[in-house]
Design a binder for this molecule. Structure first.
Ligand code: HEM
Length: 429
């Protein structure tokens, strides 16, 4: 998805199509979102087959929809891809449930994925970071988007105890599940692709869960097998759905935070120079990268009651889509939102959502992104594009599939990373 500052031609809000996956592959929804924030903060779109959804695009409305689970339920599915059907994971998968079921699932999982609990995994995450950067040090053209696509699989796969030989297939299947219309992932039609990806991922995690029941282990899958939601153990399908959700949550978002941030740095070289001069900026710069890239475009809810929002009547059962990418560019909240500012503060972006479903993987993503960019900022003096940027065909993920770059290396820092890679090379991830 391209990111350009709106301000050109007026947008006809009666004909816009935010459902269209192609818009995000070749176009840029920012002009549409800006027009909606300005003139139609609650906007209705009806698809040719009669299915329809409301869009909220302003920051505070997005927060309200995501926060208020009593008026906006997650249990009928949270992605536009499920619009008009019932989510079989409703009430079983944390992401597709409401309190109290949601809280009972989230509380124990939140503990093992907390910032403090993850500290013991930092050395492993660092090994994953170093491995990813290895090819960069060789010089030449490096496709950072394709490298980043493997990055979360490595750290989440390690935490979940999934064999490394399975990682490439799992990374491919999770992308198939969120971008079934993308020509690179599409098999037959989009629905068939989504069904095939789900079938294979559920069968995979079903087998993993059975293994852990036979051979208990202290990885995340083993944890879910032993975990209690309130006073009961999880059922087999609950374990499978939540394994799927954890892997999907990590795999389909984190790569695009990496590629999106690097693209922003190429387009804003002064900001990169400032970051390099002041490496202590890494935390704020990573947050700005998350706001800028907003890897998850939207999350959906369904109204549990009739209500009026900004004078618009919403009926019980209606789908309401909160556009995170729009909220993160709301000019009422973010001064000069189309300026990439590595020192932006405050920066209360909603790239990780808001309210009860706030991303449970945010501590892990932040640790990994900060480690990665600490090394990148030390080793790379400058990035340049070395080929076309290819975007993912998906209305859910604002993704970059391919982005060949060249890097001017800081040789001293690059040598230190190469030495660390050689030392770490002796140790398995
Ligand atoms: C840059 C990286 C990431 C981004 C931008 C991101 C974004 C989000 C967002 C916006 C939500 C809210 C969903 C909603 O409101 O319905 C969410 C929830 C979730 N994320 Fe992430 N995520 C990232 C990384 C991760 C990682 C690394 C994991 C796995 C460890 C993960 C697993 C999940 C899960 C399981 C949920 C559901 C939480 C709940 O329902 O309580 N995510 N994520």
């Amino acid at each position: 998805m391209r990111i350009t500052k709106p301000g050109g031609d007026p947008v006809d809000l009666d004909t816009v199509d935010l459902f269209d996956h192609g818009l995000y592959a070749t176009g840029d929804p920012h002009a549409i979102w800006a027009a909606m924030r300005g003139h139609a903060p609650v906007h209705r779109q009806t698809l040719p087959d009669g299915r329809g959804f409301w869009s909220v695009t302003r920051y505070h409305d997005v927060n309200d929809v995501l926060r208020d689970h009593t008026r906006f339920t997650s249990s009928q599915g949270t992605l536009l891809s499920i619009l008009g059907s019932t989510d079989p994971a409703g009430g079983k998968m944390m992401a597709a449930s409401d309190p109290p079921v949601h809280s009972a699932l989230r509380e124990p999982m939140g503990k093992v994925l907390s910032h403090s609990a993850l500290q013991e995994h930092n050395p492993r995450i660092r090994r994953v970071v170093l491995r990813m950067l290895g090819p960069l040090l060789d010089g030449g053209v490096w496709d950072i988007a394709r490298a980043a696509a493997r990055f979360p699989m490595a750290f989440t796969g390690t935490l979940m105890g999934l064999p490394e030989s399975d990682w490439p297939r799992l990374a491919g299947l999770t992308t198939m599940a969120i971008a079934p219309q993308d020509p690179e992932y599409r098999q037959s039609d989009g629905h068939g692709t989504l069904a095939a990806a789900h079938h294979q991922l559920f069968a995979y995690f079903s087998e993993q869960a059975r293994n852990r029941k036979r051979h208990p282990s202290d990885d995340l899958v083993g944890f879910l097998v032993r975990m209690r939601a309130g006073d009961r153990p999880l059922k087999h399908d609950e374990i499978v759905y939540n394994c799927y959700s954890l892997l999907l949550g990590a795999n389909v978002t984190t790569p695009h935070a990496v590629a999106g941030t690097v693209l922003a740095l190429i387009e804003h070289p002064d900001e990169y120079r400032r970051w390099r001069q002041e490496p202590r900026r890494t935390s704020t710069a990573v947050e700005e990268g998350l706001r800028w890239a907003s890897p998850a475009n939207h999350f959906m809810r369904h109204a549990t009651q009739d209500m009026t929002l900004h004078g618009v009547q919403i009926k019980e059962g209606d789908a309401v889509v909160a556009w995170l990418g729009s909220a993160n560019r709301d000019e009422q909240v973010f001064p000069d939102p189309f300026r990439f500012d590595t020192a932006r503060s405050p920066n209360r972006h909603v790239a990780f959502g808001f309210g009860p479903h706030y991303c449970i993987g945010a501590p892990l993503a932040r640790i990994a992104l900060r480690m990665l960019f600490t090394e990148i900022v030390a080793a790379v003096g400058e990035f340049a594009l070395a080929g076309p940027v290819e975007h993912l065909t998906s209305n859910f993920v604002a993704g970059i599939k391919s982005m060949p770059v060249t890097a001017r290396l800081d040789h001293q820092a690059a040598r230190e990373i190469a030495t660390a890679i050689a030392e770490e090379g002796q140790v398995a991830v």
